[in-house]
Design a protein around this ligand. Structure first.
Ligand code: FAD
Length: 605
């Protein structure tokens, strides 16, 4: 697809609105968002088990460190590396996974890759002297890269893996955090950094009869290669005589349907809502890619992408891909000189329609069966669901062994033999839940998956029950010496390239800790005034009625499954955008961390 001119083709706004609403209403049924609780010990707990690394018994660890980091994904690794650079000696990464990588440890389904350009998604390329092999890297390369960073910065030997943090509690008398795990460890830490992930909670739908299925079933984030054979980049050698069903057509399914179609005897794709699938254009990295790169090139490239995504002027769009062609026109619409708000909104609707028409035409070009093509067409506005990009997904539906099952009203039930949709049973040997993750907007306390107990015995879940209050989204009063890595819905900023905000957050935390250490500060906490002022800035950015457009969207993770108003405005974003946020953080550090109370005795409220 060429960059969209935004020109409408026979655009009839009323007809389009009606069509979008009809499609949305088909999918907005009660109970659509119901999910299994995977935290218990029932039969569904098995879906969470780590299939990739053998569990090895070890003795419980009791020690005292400078920093404990909960989560060894991209964010945990980068903040660990930056803290190491800042001179911190004893750092312990802790993760439930059996290895480093977080998302990229858990998600090993065939075809898994980043959907943001690898030269800006893989962190710390310059520090590592590494250039990704392709424009969009496969998961294994990303995981190995994160592992290499952790090794280079000496974070692996002390990491506690296959270790779930169950409680993090502030010890007022010792001025230490005490981290207790499911392996009996008791780690005392001067600082704690929470990096539990943004898409770390697998979503398994609650469909009647799931426990009855007699075949093999697993979530795409715990791929069972023992059953399917093959590897993330190879043919799935055991599926040649198997009938496979995949539930879901979001970002994960888009990537793993093509290899499944190639390998399985028969593949049923159960689709509730189609994704908008744009051109990927993946290719090997040009041999001369690194030739003219100046020091600082990676961060500059990340910011160039961010500027383009925000519609800010740049000399050149260095990434020049499906993201940069369409996103800013929809996300940051321009107001023509002299145009009213209504006119701007009308232009936006026209532009959005043009973008979606390009996606729909692409389906007509690539999918031979017109009936399948129609079912695959997304009828909603462009950013209602995270856009997807792939060069082989749509073509997979031309294979005679691939059947697309349209189920906007969901799956009726699961039986011993397979799935029932509209009264028809589909018999399966294997059922793959490519049903995604709880939204990034999931409250932090739930994403962290354990009790975090601050001063006076108050948990973070209690403190933030009615919405967040923080300083910069990374520190919060009553939880001294604790930092939280930035995430969407967390009083910071949202970026499509999550690495950018992770790097900014990691550098900020490391520089803040370095200042505190240099000043000999033992305990620091956010002042009430500083926290109130930041939270007020977030609330000031909240525009009444801003959720109306989201509410009109097809239900998805992005609009809280059709219920955007349920998200507290306190969990919003900093209104100054990414560049404003970066500046605020830099100035705050330059000014010597105003708004922090250092080594002041705690007075219970
Ligand atoms: C398939 C897939 C593709 C993606 N592609 C992109 C992309 O192209 N671009 C992009 O910007 N983003 C992408 N994302 C989002 C991705 O999650 C982030 O980019 C990034 O990897 C998040 O890193 P993280 O360290 O914050 O979290 P994670 O990678 O989720 O790591 C968090 C870790 O914390 C651990 N943890 C959590 N709680 C506990 C606890 N109580 N005890 C012990 N351990 C705990 C988890 O086990 C996990 O390993 C993708 C996500 C998925 C699922």
């Amino acid at each position: 697809m060429a960059p969209s001119s935004g020109e409408a083709r026979e655009f009839d706004p009323e007809a389009v609105r009606v069509k979008y609403q009809e499609e949305r209403d088909k999918r907005l049924w009660e109970g659509r968002a119901a999910i299994r609780d995977l935290t218990g010990d029932d039969e569904f707990a098995a879906y969470r088990r780590d299939p990739f690394t053998r569990f090895i018994e070890r003795d419980a660890v009791h020690d005292d460190v400078d920093v404990a980091i909960v989560g060894a994904g991209l964010a945990g690794v980068v903040v660990g590396a930056k803290l190491r650079e800042a001179g911190l000696a004893r750092i312990r990464l802790i993760d439930e996974a059996g290895g480093i990588g977080g998302t990229w440890y858990w998600n090993r389904y065939p075809g898994v890759m980043c959907d943001v350009e690898s030269y800006i998604y893989l962190p710390m390329l310059e520090e590592m002297g590494y250039i990704p092999k392709t424009r969009y890297a496969f998961g294994d390369e990303i995981r190995q890269h994160l592992d290499s960073i952790a090794r280079k910065y000496d974070l692996v030997d002390d990491a506690l893996l296959h270790t779930r943090v169950e409680r993090t509690e502030w010890d007022e008398r010792a001025s230490r955090w005490i981290i207790r795990t499911d392996r009996g460890d008791e780690i005392r830490a001067r600082y704690v950094v929470m990096a539990p992930g943004i898409l770390n909670l697998m979503k398994l739908p609650a469909i009647p009869g799931m426990e009855l299925f007699a075949g093999t079933s697993f979530h795409s984030a715990r791929w069972d290669y023992e059953y399917t054979g093959g590897s993330p980049d190879g043919r799935l050698t055991n599926l040649a005589d198997k009938v496979v069903g995949i539930m879901g057509t979001g970002a994960s399914a888009i990537q793993c349907v093509p290899p499944l179609a190639e390998s399985a005897k028969q593949l049923f794709v159960f689709q509730r809502t189609p994704s908008a699938v744009g051109v990927r254009g993946n290719r090997p990295t040009e041999e001369d890619f690194a030739e003219d790169l100046e020091p600082g090139w990676q961060f500059a490239r990340m910011e160039n992408f961010q500027a383009v995504m925000l519609g800010l002027p740049v000399e050149a769009d260095l990434t020049d891909d499906g993201w940069t062609h369409h996103f800013s026109g929809v996300y940051s619409p321009r107001r023509a000189p002299g145009a009213s708000v209504e006119e701007m909104m009308r232009d936006l609707e026209v532009f959005d329609y043009g973008v979606m028409e390009e996606h729909r035409s692409r389906i007509d070009e690539l999918v031979r069966d017109p009936e399948k093509a129609e079912i695959l067409k997304p009828y909603y506005r462009y950013l209602c669901k995270r856009p997807c990009f792939h060069d082989e997904y749509l073509q997979a539906f031309n294979s005679p062994n691939v059947t697309l099952v349209d189920c906007p009203g969901g799956i009726e039930r699961v039986t011993e033999r397979g799935l029932v949709v509209d009264g028809q049973e589909f018999e399966l040997d294997c059922l793959i839940y490519a049903t995604g993750f709880e939204a990034e907007m999931t409250p932090f306390a739930r994403r962290a998956g354990h009790d975090i107990v601050g001063r006076g015995g108050v948990t973070i879940a209690e403190k933030w029950e009615d919405g967040m209050s923080s300083l910069h989204g990374m520190m919060t009063r009553g939880f001294p010496n604790m930092f939280i890595m930035p995430a969407p819905g967390q009083q910071g900023v949202v970026t499509v390239n999550h690495t950018l905000i992770s790097v900014i957050g990691a550098e900020h935390i490391a520089a803040t800790v370095a200042q505190l250490v240099a000043r000999g500060v033992e305990v620091t906490d956010v002042s009430r005034e500083a926290e109130t002022a930041w939270t007020e800035e977030i609330l000031a950015g909240y525009v009444e009625g801003a959720t109306a457009m989201l509410a009109a969207c097809t239900p998805s993770r992005i609009n809280n499954e059709g219920n955007p108003d349920a998200v507290s405005p306190r969990n919003g974003q900093y209104p100054g955008g990414y560049f404003g946020f970066k500046q605020v953080l830099a100035e705050w550090r330059e000014q010597g961390l105003p708004g922090l109370e250092c080594d002041e005795p705690f007075v219970a409220p």
